[in-house]
Ligand binder design. Sequence first.
Ligand code: CO
Length: 493
Amino acid sequence: MLTSTLENAEKRTTPLFNQEDWASAYCNVEKELENVELKVVKGEVPKELCGTFYRNGPGQLERAGTWVHHPFDGDGMIAAMKFKNGRVQLSNRFIETEAWVAEQKAKKFLYRGVFGTKKPGGILANAFDLRLKNIANTNIVKLGNELLALWEASSPHSLDPETLKTNGISYLNGVLKPGEALSAHPKFDPGHHQKKKKMVTFGVKTGPKSKIRLMEFSTEGQLLFDRKDIFNGFAFLHDFAITPNWAIFIQNAIDFNPLPFILGAKGAAQCLSSKRNGQSKFWLIPRDSGQFAGGNPKIFNAPNGFVFHHLNAWEDNDKVTIESIFYEDFPSIGPDQNFREIDFDQLPEGILKRCNINLSNNEISTEILSNQCCEFAMVNPLKQGLRAQYSWMAIAEKKSGNGPLQAIKKLNLLTKKECLWSSAPRGFVGEPLFIPREHSHKEDEGWVVVLVWNGKRSGTDLVILKAEDLKEEAILELPIAIPHGLHGSWVND
Ligand code: CO
């Protein structure tokens, strides 16, 4: 009895992480490498895993002693890890955006950042400079022969999939107008209609009314469907979900007051705030490849809270179900806060919830799938838009409340049974990517790959887990340090 009390007391006092370890990941990526073989420090890389793991995220966080105000303002840098015959080679390269090239030359920041980074020179130097710095840092996907570095407020950059060299801004063969926004969260329809795979994505232009352009492309990059819908109200739409017949959005109840942005005091994203007594909405747009093509969108009240990312959605007769990560409030970093010193206990946690929308009687029901703070959740890509049994996600080590992401969870969405792998106390995980084993009929057969910040050696590790039970397959050390990043994708050979 005494021993167990002591053990519990010890558990309570052992810190789950050290803030300095977590913050040490915020550094500039110093080198660009080409096909450098990674050192395996544990286990073996599965030989069946053949393809490339592309990952995007901020790589430049400081210039001439000036730091970004928020890591999301860091310039995009791509890491590409090529898997072949049990070996992995790394290449990494910055995206040569117009702003990055100019700032490299000037050796200082020349642009303001959306999340509050200011040019040197105080408010006066920043006021009325409303140029958008397209930093291409959010996601990286392959469409046709192009590798697209995505940033949701503007057009994508096209890169060479082999050399990662930037070819320039892509208008997707004339589909996008110059400067037109394209979401950083395309969804890959695994073959909902005649087994033809598609990329479904959107662009949003917002203001007092919001215009959503919904586009579907063949995997070769040809535009197949294109529709535009106008909704009332301001919308901040980072992600969406698809089913065979619907594209589903959540319009968070938030307001945008652009004045501090125009006057140079805040970044555009810092001007977003929760709308008091606001009502979130589901916006369902019929997919033109589906059975309601050409029909009107449907609008329903959504649970309150703020959503960046969705896990998945599916249909069952007249019921549409969507699973999303809800925050109690819009999390932002104020103008006087230092992002390295954020107090996780003060931040709302991300909770995975399932919402059922009954299309015939407008009834909405919500259930919590897991109470543990999570982000970056995904299902088997072959189950995108269909009912999935399993999901993989990054989670905080703490059982409740917010905390840095340190572990990976496999969650059975039917039974709620969980399986965990943790890098705590000194590791911090990025987005886990599930890669299905080819020709497998088991939904959870495959691997999970993830980049982990290793606080002990101040470097980045590539971790490969068996997807079924999250058993460690291999750990490889990268010879560069990559800051906590954003999204990525897997391209089979
Ligand atoms: Co995202």
